[in-house]
Design a protein around this ligand. Sequence first.
Ligand SMILES: CC(C)(COP(=O)(O)OP(=O)(O)OC[C@H]1O[C@@H](n2cnc3c(N)ncnc32)[C@H](O)[C@@H]1OP(=O)(O)O)[C@@H](O)C(=O)NCCC(=O)NCCS
Length: 133
Amino acid sequence: MILGIGTDLANIDRIQGVLSRHGDRFRNRVFTETEQAKASRRKDEAGTYAKRWAAKEACSKALGTGLRMGIAWRDMSITNLSSGQPVMEIRGWAKNRLDEMTPSDHEAIVHVSLTDDHPWAQAYVVIEARPLA
Ligand SMILES: CC(C)(COP(=O)(O)OP(=O)(O)OC[C@H]1O[C@@H](n2cnc3c(N)ncnc32)[C@H](O)[C@@H]1OP(=O)(O)O)[C@@H](O)C(=O)NCCC(=O)NCCS
């Protein structure tokens, strides 16, 4: 069954502006070391961050909370499989919220899809509950 869906659109130029003004303070508040390492290796650093920003906003919507009520940005982070497919990792307060939403005899699977086409970056998140075998 589907427990939650969320979507978000982020403006890459706006993220570039925040990066220029706040630099590492912004990077460290919002993004994990893994996300920062990926973005710093890329030519399109702002686009890489904008997709991950959108993913965190979308995930907070799928959790039904938005970015209030205690979710920290870094509790939600994107890694990539070797195929390039993004994976959402959830910890801390967000993980507690996910556990509360998930029926006890189910496991939660968080699906995420990202795209960008300058100046926009977009994310979709779907949280599925799958019966435990
Ligand atoms: C996946 C693919 C359709 C992305 O299309 P695109 O127009 O280049 O890029 P978009 O802006 O729409 O999307 C980029 C996002 O797609 C996602 N993505 C990349 N590969 C993916 C895959 N195999 N499955 C699902 N999502 C994928 C990533 O989240 C990526 O953003 P990120 O790298 O910052 O996390 C395209 O790269 C493709 O067909 N790749 C083939 C697989 C491939 O070459 N893999 C290389 C390693 S084996």
